[in-house]
Design a protein around this ligand. Sequence first.
Ligand SMILES: *Cc1c(COP(=O)(O)O)cnc(C)c1O
Length: 357
Amino acid sequence: MFNFTVGPVQMSEEICKIGGEQVPYFRTSEFSELMKENEYLMRKFTGADTNARVLFITGSGTASMEAAVMNILTKDDKALVINGGSFGQRFVELCQIHKIPYTEVKLDYGQRLEEERLEKYTNERYTCLIVNAHETSTGVHYDLDMLHKFCEKNRLLFIVDAISSFLADPIDMKKQGIDVLIAGSQKALAVSPGISILVLSDKAVKRIEMNHVQSLYFDLKLALKNGERGQTPFTPAVGILRQIHQRLIMIDEKGVDNEINHVHELAIDFRNRIKDLPVQIFSEEVSNAVTALRTKNVSAKKIFDVLKDEYGIWVCPNGGELADKVFRVGHIGYLTIEDNIVLIDALKDLMKRKILV
Ligand SMILES: *Cc1c(COP(=O)(O)O)cnc(C)c1O
């Protein structure tokens, strides 16, 4: 199987091996130490301040998105939510459910966010801006430097869902003024799904400590307290945290910039190879993580089906309105240039067979 989806993605041999091992008891100093190292490396790779805190939530990425909205925001906030696809829409729904006052900045699918679009929200008493660094559903990567400038000018708390762009696109919490960064285990971190990660600035931690949350599991005050000694309030996905530990150490050995550069090279290589194919890049501003492709005269869903059933290659289908128009090719996970060539050869074969036209 060749997995070019956007998660769960292909894992290396070392990581798969850990997945097959017994899961140890975790209220031990050994596990605390592993968690402390996980925290240290997450801070390092996100450019977080030394006093930033890192929480590992057992739950998929959405669990940390929800925990962030519940713990960091209140009814007294006024959030600006960038909504360019299904993950932006998810933050809109979370604000609705948790009764956080918000305004959405709605973009067309695939559309870039221009600075001018934000002008009318200046000096309007917003308190926070929420964005998915990479809107994975459409492949659009937003300009975080531009958003940082806007947040600074308006003194907004900056919440960034970097679930699909952490380790794929450069990010720096300190330089880009990010208060909350969310990551997930099954995207470029390339381990099993089940853990999501919150990296929290001092400001975000203070907000959590002041907030009253109507939830036991999602009250992050407990997680912060336990985290001080490298523990979690409840049984975490211990096996996945061990995989994360191995991955983070391997990334540290080669350098996080090299890791990101590898994803970048895979993406550039793929985009160069599709120039003669009857597909078009869908996004106005791209992430290294994914190339979203618009088909011309064939259903995108059909391409996904044929590649999966006849070639053993998994690309990522789109849902909703884009189901027949767009499919996505991921560049994250344990992939190589040779894998790109396998996919391109299959696409060329589909052209010969007059399926991809
Ligand atoms: C994958 C992803 C999520 C989280 O999805 P889960 O299925 O809950 O892990 C959130 N935001 C973005 C941008 C994503 O790509």
